[in-house]
Design a protein around this ligand. Structure first.
Ligand SMILES: [Zn+2]
Ligand SMILES: [Zn+2]
Length: 338
């Protein structure tokens, strides 16, 4: 079902343009003014004139791109807070995806539009939980917008990981986890499950883990693989970015069992292709049930669907007589951060 495009919010392939405010949301190319939902590279790019985001997202952007988050042209807004520009009232609300991730709500002439960015609904010890914001138009991601994607309980996947380490005390278990969000969440979930041993990390994860700790997320004792003896890592958990799993770097580890934490691990063939012995279905994106539960709860007049399997969710909206359309934005990276 196609619907009339709102004249004040224009979807373009490279982002959403808020016309009266002359501002873009998550643009994939440099613009004068950008409101950014969260720090993943497919949402936060470098080179914008001014960035409007949560304080945590600005800190993440500063770390990744070396820009000064405190620069006067950037503005930080804690959850619940916002600004007005060109008659549009903007506000930031938790999305439950990664530290600092926000939904951006906009109100203009009595109409409210919410852009979710990426989100999930299940508890995550590293970030504030998703907030339901009632609205007229709900712009939702759909990374896992097909009924085949149902993420198992996170505690079960963490128990699987701990079980694998204990089963082979002479080996280490090497978990591939995206550097922003997934790595810290896996660590925090391990701590919540009672894993108190030091956790070993690849150097590429160090600064983001430090940033999380500075923002109050307790990750326990982390040690750098580069500073550890091979022998001490036997029977221990090691985290690295997915790209390092089969790299020369992993030879420093004692006969590692290769694991990966991603929603895509639900697809056996993906796990096989990436030579993953221990697939862990741990995702920072809503699964199919969470996506439809969220649309039901928000109950908007219209849903705009983007970032993934638009067609599956669009079909569900049609079947349940909900007004919906697909937005095809370019440059969304569905692989690494899922
Ligand atoms: Zn993301
Ligand atoms: Zn994304």
């Amino acid at each position: 079902m196609t619907t009339r495009v709102k004249p004040w919010l224009e979807p373009h392939p490279h982002g959403l343009y808020v016309k009266p405010a002359d501002l873009w949301i998550d643009p994939s190319r440099p613009v004068e003014r950008a409101a950014v939902t969260h720090g993943h590279a497919d949402h936060a790019r470098s080179g914008h004139g001014a960035v409007f985001a949560t304080p945590e997202t600005l800190a993440i952007v500063a770390l990744r791109y070396g820009v000064d988050a405190a620069a006067s042209h950037n503005q930080a807004f804690p959850y619940g807070d916002g600004f007005e520009r060109g008659g549009v009232r903007f506000s930031f609300h938790p999305a439950g995806h990664v530290l600092g991730s926000a939904q951006i709500a906009m109100e203009y002439r009595g109409e409210r539009i919410v852009v979710t960015g990426d989100y999930k609904r299940r508890p995550d010890p590293t970030c504030a939980p998703f907030e339901v914001v009632p609205c007229d138009i709900f712009i939702t991601e759909a990374t896992f917008g097909l009924p085949v994607f149902r993420h198992p309980p996170t505690v079960d996947e963490i128990a699987k990981l701990i079980g694998a380490v204990r089963a082979e005390p002479d080996r280490s278990v090497l978990v591939g986890a995206y550097a922003l969000g997934k790595a810290q969440r896996v660590i925090a979930e391990l701590r919540a499950a009672g894993w108190n041993a030091p956790i070993y990390i690849h150097g590429a994860l160090e600064r983001m883990c430090d940033l999380y700790a500075v923002h109050g997320v307790d990750l326990g004792e982390l040690r750098l693989v580069s500073e550890a003896d091979k022998a001490e890592m036997a029977g221990q958990i090691v985290l690295a970015p997915p790209s390092a799993l089969h790299d020369r770097w992993s030879r420093r580890l004692p006969d590692p069992v290769t694991a990966m934490a991603s929603g895509w691990m639900r697809v056996r063939q993906r796990a096989r292709q990436r030579m993953i012995e221990l697939p862990l279905v741990i995702s920072d994106h809503a699964d199919w049930d969470e996506l439809i539960a969220t649309i039901e709860e928000v109950n908007p007049k219209e849903s705009w669907i983007t970032h993934g399997s638009e067609e599956g969710l669009l079909r569900w909206c049609e079947l349940t007589q909900r007004k919906a359309r697909a937005l095809h934005l370019v440059g969304r990276d569905l692989e690494e951060e899922a």
